[in-house]
Design a protein around this ligand. Structure first.
Ligand code: HEC
Length: 149
């Protein structure tokens, strides 16, 4: 009993200590899983912005999900290392053939996310709607060229 309690406590401490390095090593050892998690986070964030728009009240709630996407945009390129076109992935080989363009599409998406954050702060719902639409376009611009299916 005492032993297992002690072990549980040690395991909990160890889990807390490794949480961040684990996320980083996951990006290195399994970039495909890591980038899918990032894009799922994009989907969740866009859903959160959409919910703020649908509620048609204060715009401020859209700022946090927008900032999540700003951070995501900065991490996209690093999650597409050479050779990660093989495996359970919809990433098209064109990504690596035109990596500068791929990076610029990631940057455009980052700018679109910054514009959502600015609109959320402004309190102007029409601005927020426009920024949301533009961000959706930035997702699509990349998917059309670089995501299969
Ligand atoms: C710079 C390019 C780029 C941008 C910008 C981009 N995506 Fe993607 N997205 C991809 C690629 C490439 C994949 C396929 C990844 C794979 O299968 O390895 C993908 C996959 C996804 C997936 C599927 C993830 C899974 O679990 O398989 C979702 C959901 C997604 N994107 C949502 C979004 C949303 C929402 C946005 C904008 C808010 C966005 N993406 C912006 C390139 C992009």
């Amino acid at each position: 009993m005492t032993v297992s309690l002690r072990l549980t406590a040690v395991a909990a401490l160890a889990a807390a200590a490794v949480a961040v390095p684990l996320a980083m090593s996951m990006a290195q050892s399994d970039p495909i899983a890591a980038r899918k998690a990032l894009f799922q986070s994009n989907r969740t964030a866009m859903g959160a912005v959409k919910a703020v728009i649908d509620a048609n009240g204060a715009t401020a709630g859209a700022e946090a999900p927008a900032l999540t996407m700003v951070a995501n945009a900065q991490n996209i390129a690093a999650l597409f290392p050479a050779g990660s076109d093989k495996g359970d992935t919809k990433a098209k080989p064109e990504i690596w053939a035109k990596f500068d363009d791929f990076k610029s599409k990631a940057a455009n998406f980052g700018t679109a996310a910054e514009n959502i954050a600015a609109a959320a702060k402004s309190g102007d719902m029409n601005k927020l709607k426009a920024a949301f639409g533009a961000a959706g376009g930035a997702c699509k611009a990349c998917h059309d060229d670089y995501r299969a299916g």
